[in-house]
Design a protein around this ligand. Structure first.
Ligand code: F6P
Length: 554
């Protein structure tokens, strides 16, 4: 058993939670006018208010003691020092080096990695310039104004999320598409919308072996060859972002057209590397650099601020409190900014692939809950979908509300309305509405007592739903960088406290292997296959059903 939950610090928090069971957040606010000032932090252009969580100063002290017991500062130092903290893969975890100053001198196994990072960034910058100026031309001599990024997971979600977020910075006349799913419709629909003479395909894959990406890349190449391009034109239209130079060469992409990154960059932490090339091509390299600079500001804050004033640390401690002591098994990411529409999906991978673990870094079972289920939608859309459960469901769901004070595109009073919803929701989740308030309201509306008796239980809001609010002045490349880095470090700190390795992802392997086994058993359209017998009755039955349906196709 991994031991954090048998420590006195954990035990103190359990006692705190039990002691606070009958205490409402409303009451905590009523007795403490300084709560907002005390439970808020400003850093790297972001403002975090975590006052609407069921915390007291004693709880905060105990959470900080828990961080000390888990040696958060020591583990943080180990990460920044380039130690192989990803123990199951024997790798350093140094995405911070991708956005560092050359003088920061980050090292992996005693090798200064700044020089290689810098060289690759320069190569990306030069490439962006040539594409933007039309000097990097397609096979018919035309400029490439369209990018199709082919990748999945970290090679898709990060660049896609950031590209969408930076829409106001897009270079006029440029378009970027992201193809991830092995469902051929994703690629086919995209290819319908692009012109081969103007299209640059970016094959983004850390390993360059991922089934989805290699299948899509192979089909895209075939489409290109069928639609005007020749083999000798591939170098003008296909580039690769990868750590695997041999596989890139075997696919037929020129070494000059490969942008590299390194095994100390995890896939879900890779948007700062060459994997971010699609961001730079669409929003400009200068804005990509600003994104890196914003993340670096958050890194500096995370590295140096005392834990009690450290935004990622406090966000993580609040996360642990809600997950392990308040019982929130799910966590919502609720950006009140349409351009952050892909942030929940991005953070789903960042958080759930990192902290969805049931075994500690030492291989023993953990004795406590780890990462929550993450989900989310931009506000206000989510309000008209799943907020009902947040307000009145039987489970406590914690949530992060994120908003810029000024919209990238102010339009009439839209943003005031958006912000009023952003603020009202956390207030409603925290305060709720008591039965007395409901009855009073209904009676003032003139409702008869019998009707009030029947309706009031449905109109009560229990409140005490924990939320964080993250504000920024505007959503800009720098603040976006800071926001992403905030979550990266939050996830790291939570993983340290839970005693797990946040940087491997063995849980995705089994399904991949079984899919490879099943693939030869799936009939091509119109084909007859023998009955499947090698699996359990359900899987055999489903394979046979699928094949019967596909066999009918003429
Ligand atoms: O399936 C999980 C995963 O390995 C992710 O961790 C990764 O981001 C994704 O697949 C894509 O991997 P690659 O960049 O190697 O194609």
């Amino acid at each position: 058993m991994t031991g954090i939950s048998s420590t006195p610090q954990w035990n103190a928090l359990e006692n705190d939670a039990a002691g606070l069971a009958g205490m409402s957040l409303r009451t905590l606010f009523e007795g403490d006018p300084e709560r907002f000032a005390r439970y808020s932090i400003e850093a790297a252009g972001l403002f975090l208010d975590y006052a609407k969580n069921k915390l007291t100063d004693e709880v905060v002290d105990h959470l900080l003691a828990l961080a000390a017991a888990a040696d958060v500062e020591g583990r943080r130092a180990a990460m920044f020092a380039g130690e192989a903290i990803n123990v199951t893969e024997g790798r350093a975890v140094l995405h911070v080096a991708l956005r560092a100053a050359v003088t920061d001198g980050y090292k992996v196994a005693d090798v200064d990695v700044s020089a290689v990072v810098c060289a690759e960034l320069k190569k990306m910058q030069g490439f962006c310039r040539r594409v933007h100026q039309g000097a990097f031309k397609g096979y018919s001599g035309k400029a490439l104004d369209t990018v199709v990024n082919i990748g999945i997971g970290g090679s898709d979600l990060g660049p896609q999320m950031a590209t969408v977020a930076l829409q106001p910075y897009w270079i006029d006349g440029r378009r970027t598409f992201f193809v991830s799913n092995v469902d051929g419709q994703h690629l086919a629909d995209t290819l319908d919308a692009v012109d081969p003479e103007h299209t640059l395909f970016i094959v983004a894959s850390k390993t360059f072996t991922t089934q989805e990406t290699m299948t899509n890349a192979t089909s895209a190449r075939a489409w290109f060859l069928k639609n005007g391009g020749a083999e000798s034109d591939i170098a003008k239209h296909f580039i690769a972002l990868s750590t695997n130079a041999e596989a890139v060469a075997a696919f037929g992409i020129d070494r000059d057209n490969m942008f590299q990154f390194w095994d100390w960059v995890g896939g879900r932490y890779s948007l700062w590397s060459a994997i971010g090339l699609s961001i730079a091509l669409q929003a400009g390299f200068d804005n990509f650099e600003k994104l890196l600079a914003g993340a670096r500001r958050m890194d500096d804050h995370f590295k140096t601020a005392p834990l009690a004033q450290n935004m990622p640390v406090m966000l993580a401690l609040v996360g642990v409190w809600n997950r392990n002591f308040i019982g929130a098994a799910a966590h919502a990411i609720l950006p009140y900014d349409q351009h952050l529409a892909r942030l929940p999906a991005y953070l789903q991978q960042a958080d759930m692939e990192s902290n969805g673990k049931r075994v500690g870094a030492d291989g023993s079972d953990v004795a406590h809950a780890t990462g929550p289920v993450l989900f989310g939608e931009p506000g206000t859309n989510g309000q008209h979908a799943f907020y009902q459960l947040l307000h009145q469901g039987t489970d406590i769901v914690s949530a992060d509300f994120i908003a810029p004070a000024i919209s990238q595109r102010e339009l009439g009073d839209h943003h005031e309305k958006l912000l009023s919803n952003f603020l009202a929701q956390t207030e409603a989740l925290m305060c709720g509405k008591t039965e007395a308030e409901v009855r009073d309201e209904l009676s003032r509306e003139g409702m008869a007592d019998a009707e009030i008796d029947a309706l009031s239980p449905h109109k009560v809001f229990p409140g005490d739903r924990p939320t964080n609010s993250i504000l920024m002045e505007r959503l800009e490349p720098e603040t976006l960088g800071g926001l992403i880095a905030l979550y990266e470090h939050k996830i790291f700190v939570e993983g340290v406290i839970w005693g797990i390795n946040s940087f491997d992802q063995w849980g995705v392997e089994l399904g991949k292997v079984l899919a490879r086994n099943i693939l030869p058993e799936i009939a091509a359209a119109g084909e007859n296959k023998p009955q499947a017998t090698a699996h359990d009755a359900s899987t055999n039955g489903l394979i046979n059903k699928v094949n019967a349906m596909r066999g009918k196709v003429r």
